[in-house]
Design a protein around this ligand. Structure first.
Ligand SMILES: Cc1cc2nc3c(=O)[nH]c(=O)nc-3n(C[C@H](O)[C@H](O)[C@H](O)COP(=O)(O)O)c2cc1C
Length: 361
């Protein structure tokens, strides 16, 4: 089976196909015992491993990954209204070295008809534009998803505001979507302050501390005591300090990083996703050092400033040793998206339920 065929998300088909027919999986699911000994935001979980917003398109996807032993399941980002998806293709393999967070390349190449040699080294670009069902549609489905959880597992729903003609309206829309998420009864709300795929400014919230703080404050008021996580993109140094300072009074944790926005071209140097999408998010193996750098700095900052917030590390986790690497740097939880898409058994490898064959890379 090719690497592409091993993925639960079918890259050769569009988002709607994957929503309706997915996830693609025909393997065995070995039995494993819940052991909710791991504390996370006031809950006892079986492990600190989860799937970030993206791969879990709906309750069917949540059911599969809950059975496969991922204990923190984040429902793909939803909106306060129905919203269309970007045209296919939405995922392409990228051929690149490990990215250096201090010196990102001007562009990376997504060669046609090329596959990485192993699921451990898969890097992709993804571009969906955060599609959403109507609130009634996703709220009903989230309730179904809650019914699929096993002991020691938690469901989080990610939401995003839709850009309107003023910042006030954007803030209000974030409050609206967060309140709609809370109505479903999920115990934690996540908001996406980073999306590299939009050209209209939505993606810049995490690099705009006053706006980030404004949204987080208003949402905090609406949520009462429901914990709030904020998803950010690659942020380091002074910028990270300012954003964390702006968010700290209002949030219970940060999730970082989102995919790294880069120019992605084909072998001829043309935009690989077509002329309308010259930049898209790069994720998977090659961004691990970027995610680790974020967690290292965020954890140091938390200790220095005595911030009370969880840090959820994300980016390039494709092997059980990568999970331990993130935890050692101070992450409270570790998320894998691309890794779990191409190797659904990663959580059971981490738990020692199935054997880990290959060495870390
Ligand atoms: C197919 C796909 C869809 C994604 N959709 C979202 C999304 O809706 N919201 C979000 O905050 N991040 C989204 N992401 C980003 C992931 O949550 C994650 O931050 C990123 O992929 C880095 O992790 P990874 O290297 O383990 O893939 C998506 C990623 C992938 C691969």
């Amino acid at each position: 089976m090719s690497i592409k065929e091993r993925a639960t998300y079918n890259m050769d088909r569009d988002y709607h196909y994957n929503l309706e027919a997915g996830p693609r999986f025909s393997g065995e699911i070995p039995a494993w015992e819940p052991d909710p000994a791991f504390p996370f935001l006031g809950h006892g979980l079986n492990s600190p491993l989860g799937i970030p917003a993206g791969l879990l398109l709906d309750s069917k996807w949540i059911n599969l990954y809950a059975l496969l032993g991922y204990d923190i399941l984040v429902y793909k980002t939803v909106r306060s209204r129905r919203y269309p998806v970007h045209p296919w293709p939405n995922c392409l393999f990228v051929k690149t070295e490990m990215l250096n967070p201090d010196a990102l390349p001007p562009q990376v190449v997504a060669p046609r008809n090329w596959e990485p040699p192993s699921p451990r080294v898969v890097t992709i670009t993804n571009s969906f534009g955060m599609p959403s069902l109507s609130p009634e549609g996703w709220q009903e489905d989230v309730e179904k998803a809650l019914g699929h959880l096993k002991e020691g597992q938690i469901l989080i729903v990610s939401g995003v505001g839709t850009l309107e003609d003023s910042r006030e309206k954007l803030v209000q829309d974030f409050v609206r979507v967060a309140s709609m998420i809370k109505e479903t009864g999920v115990p934690v709300v996540e908001l996406n302050f980073s999306c590299p795929n939009t050209a209209d400014g939505e993606g810049s919230i995490y690099t705009d501390p006053p706006l980030a703080s404004w949204i987080a404050r208003e949402v905090r008021r609406a949520l009462g005591d429901t914990p709030l996580l904020i998803k950010v993109g690659l942020l380091l140094g002074r910028e990270l300090e300012e954003t964390v300072k702006a968010l700290a009074p209002w949030v219970q944790g940060m999730v970082g990083i989102n995919s790294v926005p880069l120019s992605v071209v084909d072998e001829e140097g043309h935009p690989a996703l077509g002329p309308q999408r010259t930049t898209s998010g790069v994720c998977g193996w090659a961004i691990r050092q970027c995610g680790l750098a974020f967690v290292r700095e965020a954890a140091a900052l938390r200790e220095r400033e005595r911030y009370d917030m969880a840090i959820c590390g994300c980016g390039g986790v494709t092997h059980p040793s990568h999970i331990r690497e993130y935890l050692a740097l101070g992450a409270d939880a570790v998320f894998t998206c691309t890794g779990a898409m191409f190797n659904p058994y990663l959580a059971l490898e981490y738990k020692g339920v199935v054997e880990t064959h290959e060495d870390p890379t």
